[in-house]
Design a binder for this molecule. Structure first.
Ligand code: ADP
Length: 464
């Protein structure tokens, strides 16, 4: 229940409230029905007793035989007329003189009896009984009985109906509740999906705003305001990084040029040569780092996709491999290329794609020991082009693999790897993303790594 979705919780609560309401309604109707039926029965018995009282009053002065006949006529004309008896206060039956059924358990009449209703059972049936004492001269007591079976079977039927209706109503209310809550919460799901699709690179997007004036509109507006603030803050950070990288470019270039100049001096002593050599190496590395930071800062600002052009990947792969072959050759490594027909055309920025491939290939050379093997493969189908760069290098530790595309992430330097900034794969990942391609890595430590870029092939290759 704690982790259940809001719609499920609403459904359960809605059903519980509905069930309580329905049961309360059922109990109230049941009680009301039982009361009304009981009252109706009592009124009927009373009416019958009064009619006999009136008859007996009207025939008070008539001879007993005539009274008996009048009594029998009325009893015959009345439903359940055989269940009306007239007793003297002492308990002696006055009418009818020949009762049927004979064994009906008429109660004894106590002295000073008053008008009273009661229940009794006879022959497996239930009866209601009215005792009506009449103050006449001489006084007498009318006893009227009426069977209750109709009432009881009606009540039983009603109770059974209630028993059937309860689960049906519960199921209907649960279904209705779920449907209503799903409908009510659908805009929340849409907002969640829209928010989920917004990442650091798409902060300029906004949630669709409904104009319903309700809580959901306020939520969407608040999220949009927050996105605007985030976009502004992130934009400032990007601008700062880009500006700082850009501003640092020239002093670093100057330091590098000064160190190169000093190293060209033939009269330089060995100690100074060593120091200038270190300065040169550091400035080259810092210059590379600045370039990478600048690239990423620009990347975060967004890519002008409208400037994309058709790029043929097979040629690009061969070109980059040819460029890096001397570097690999210096380490005794071989680079094998498998990229042929059909040509794979994608839409993109040629120099960025070249950079992406260079990063992957450069890493393969860097992190593969001497005499190792590096393979580049491009397989293209009608809809996809899959580029794989694999090596027989040192591999990537398993715990690092999920973070390998994050900025400044590098494996433990104790692995004795060459220098680097930890930005190359972040740039590669961004370039792939900007081209709607996916970049994934597979690796086993000490066995090798494989980086795969999966492109969507451009719909139409340009006319040659
Ligand atoms: P850099 O190479 O400048 O350190 P990258 O972002 O290109 O930065 O790579 C991040 C880390 O991923 C590297 O430091 C290295 O540990 C690991 N890595 C990348 N490519 C490979 C590879 N082909 N084989 C083994 N490790 C690799």
């Amino acid at each position: 229940m704690k982790n259940a979705s809001i719609s499920l919780r609403l459904t359960i609560r809605f059903s519980a409230i509905f069930l309580c309401g329905f049961l309360l309604f059922g109990v109230v109707v049941w009680l009301q029905l039982a009361y009304s039926l009981g009252r109706g029965r009592d009124r009927t018995l009373n009416r019958r007793a009064v009619r006999f009282e009136e008859l007996l009053e009207a025939t008070r002065d008539e001879p007993p035989e005539r009274r008996k006949t009048r009594y029998e006529e009325l009893a015959d004309a009345m439903p359940e007329g055989n269940l009306i008896q007239v007793f003297s206060p002492g308990g002696e039956r006055l009418f009818p003189t020949n009762p049927s059924p004979r064994d009906f358990p008429w109660p004894a009449i106590p002295a000073g009896a008053r008008k009273e209703y009661g229940d009794l059972q006879y022959g497996g049936r239930y009866y209601r009984l009215l005792r009506l004492p009449v103050e006449a001269k001489p006084p007498y007591v009318i006893l009227v009985a009426g069977q209750l079976n109709d009432n009881r079977s009606l009540m039983a039927q009603f109770t059974r109906g209630l028993g059937w209706a309860t689960p049906v109503m519960l199921a209907l209310s649960a279904l209705g509740g779920y449907f209503i809550s799903r409908r009510a919460l659908r805009p929340v799901d849409q907002l969640t999906a829209a928010l989920r699709s917004i990442n650091i690179g798409s902060l300029s997007r906004r949630l669709p705003a409904s104009h319903t004036g309700d809580e959901l509109q306020r939520l969407a507006e608040t999220c949009n305001e927050m996105l605007a603030r985030l976009e502004d803050a992130v934009g400032r950070i990007h601008r700062f990084t880009a500006d700082a990288s850009h501003e640092l470019r020239s002093p670093i270039a100057t330091i590098r040029a000064a160190a190169e100049c000093a190293l060209l001096n033939r009269n330089i002593d060995s100690e100074s040569k060593e120091v200038f050599g270190e300065i040169l190496a550091e400035s080259v590395e810092t210059g590379g780092l600045l370039e990478d930071m600048l690239t990423l800062a620009r990347a975060d600002a967004g890519y002008a996709k409208e400037l994309f052009e058709p790029v043929e990947l097979t040629g690009l792969v061969k070109e980059v491999c040819a460029k890096l072959r001397p570097l690999a050759g210096a380490k005794g490594q071989t680079i094998s290329v498998r990229a042929g027909e059909p040509p794979a055309w994608v839409r993109g920025d040629r120099s960025s794609l070249r950079r992406l491939l260079s990063i992957l290939l450069d890493n393969a050379v860097k992190y593969t020991p001497a005499q190792g093997r590096i393979g580049v493969e491009l397989i293209s189908t009608a809809s996809r082009a899959v580029l794989t760069v694999n090596d027989s290098g040192i591999g990537i530790p398993e715990e690092l693999l999920p973070r390998i595309f994050d900025r400044f992430v590098r494996a433990d330097p104790s692995r004795g790897e060459v220098n680097g900034t930890g930005l190359g794969l972040a740039i590669a990942k961004w370039i792939a993303g900007a081209h709607d391609a996916t970049l994934t890595a597979q690796s086993r430590e000490r066995e090798g790594s494989a980086f795969t870029v999966e492109f969507r092939v451009a719909e139409a290759a340009p006319e040659s």
